[in-house]
Design a binder for this molecule. Structure first.
Ligand code: GLN
Length: 191
C-alpha cells in the first residue's frame, strides 16, 4: 500500500510523518503523473484557495477525479475537506472543488484564525475519544443519506465517510495520534 499526500501547499509533511510512523509507504505528490500506483491520496489542510489555484496550474482536477473513479481512496483534511466536497458555502468566487463527495461544507464556519480551538471528539469506530485540532475549520453543513457522519462538534458534522472518501474538518496530522490515519489506511484504502 502506498499513500500519496498532495504536496502543493499546507501541512503535507505532517501527514507523511504520521504515515511513516505507521510504517505506511508515502509519497509527496507534486505532479498528476505521480498519482499512478497510489492506493490512497490525502489532500492536506492549508488554504483551500491557494491549493485550488495550484491544482489548476498543475492540472490536478481531472486526473484526481479519474483516479478516484478508478478506485483511488481520497481523504481531505480541513482545506482538503473543502476541496473534496460537492458544494462549498462561503467559497471565494470562482473557487472550484473536486466535487467528489456528496457533502456541502461551509468554509471558516467555526470563525476566524483566532477562533481556532481543540476539542475531544467521539469518532465512530475509534474506542477512545480523539483530540480534534480545528484551525479556521469548515463544518459539514449537509450530507447525502449514504454519507456516514463519523464525528460531530457542537452539533455540527466534522468528519464523514462516503465509500472511499473521507473528510475531516480538523487536523489529525497535528496531534501525534495516528488513529485516524490508521482508520483511513485500514478501513478505507485497504477495504
Ligand atoms: N480556512 C481554510 C480554507 O478555507 C482552511 C484552514 C485549514 O486547512 N486549516 O482553506
Amino acid at each position: 500500500m502506498r499513500i500519496g499526500v498532495l504536496a502543493l501547499q499546507g501541512a503535507f509533511r505532517e501527514h507523511m510523518m504520521m504515515l511513516e510512523a505507521l510504517g505506511i509507504e508515502s509519497s509527496a505528490i507534486r505532479l498528476p503523473s505521480q498519482l499512478a500506483d497510489l492506493s490512497g491520496l490525502i489532500i492536506p489542510g492549508g488554504e483551500s484557495t491557494a491549493i485550488a489555484k495550484l491544482m489548476v496550474a498543475y492540472g490536478f482536477y481531472e486526473p484526481i477525479r479519474q483516479h478516484h473513479a478508478a478506485g483511488l481512496a481520497v481523504w481531505g483534511t480541513c482545506a482538503g475537506a473543502i476541496l473534496v466536497a460537492k458544494d462549498i458555502l462561503d467559497a471565494v468566487p470562482g473557487q472550484e472543488s473536486l466535487a467528489l463527495m456528496d457533502i456541502t461544507v461551509r468554509r471558516n464556519a467555526f470563525g476566524r484564525q483566532v477562533d481556532s480551538f481543540e476539542a475531544d471528539l467521539d469518532f465512530a469506530h475509534l474506542a477512545e475519544r480523539f483530540r480534534g485540532v480545528f484551525i479556521r475549520a469548515p463544518w459539514i453543513e449537509m450530507a447525502a443519506p449514504d454519507v456516514e457522519v463519523l464525528a460531530t462538534h457542537d452539533g455540527r458534522a466534522v468528519a464523514a465517510r462516503q465509500g472511499t472518501l473521507l473528510a475531516t474538518a480538523f487536523h489529525p496530522e497535528l496531534t501525534g495520534d495516528p488513529r485516524v490515519h490508521r482508520y483511513f489506511a485500514e478501513e478505507i484504502v485497504g477495504s
